[in-house]
Design a protein. Structure first.
Length: 159
């Protein structure tokens, strides 16, 4: 069978598939729509399934955004900038992105950045201090942390 071939399903099957897809882990509306479209739902049928999932609390964009932010901080050690980009990619609205970032624990966030920098500092072979610091800053920036916070942690830990 061709990969591009769409299999059309009815609303009842769409609801069942959508519920199990959302029950497995938090999903954004964008992800669920994509999945249902792949399964062959379109137009009013698609909207009916999405509406059912929202009404029955299988699909909750705010809950998804908060879970995504928490997970990316704790598991992947991402900073707010990278988390924000990820949520934008999942087509989460700006107010919900803001809410999700505000829900992150400030102390945990700072501790995550500190541990990330300390771990990376051990891996850097650079002997010249300012070059080493530059590499640490670049690494932390690439992980999505804010520049002022990076400099604060570097200064606070004498790195």
């Amino acid at each position: 069978m061709e990969q591009n071939q769409f299999i059309s399903i009815d609303v009842k099957t769409g609801i069942a598939k959508g519920e199990s897809f959302c029950a497995y882990q938090e999903r954004s509306q964008y992800e669920v729509r994509g999945k249902l479209i792949k399964l062959g739902l379109r137009g009013e049928e698609l909207e009916e399934v999405i509406s059912h999932l929202i009404t029955n609390n299988f699909l909750n964009e705010e809950r998804f955004a908060k879970a995504y932010a928490q997970g990316k901080l704790r598991i992947k050690s991402w900073g707010k900038n990278k988390i924000s980009q990820g949520l934008k990619f999942k087509q989460v609205s700006a107010p919900l992105i803001k809410k999700a970032l505000q829900s992150l624990d400030g102390d945990e966030y700072l501790e995550k950045l500190k541990m990330l920098i300390i771990k990376k500092e051990k891996d850097i072979k650079e002997k010249v201090d300012y070059k080493k610091k530059y590499k640490l800053v670049q690494y932390a920036l690439s992980r999505g942390f804010e520049q002022d916070l990076i400099f604060f942690v570097l200064k606070d830990n004498d790195l």
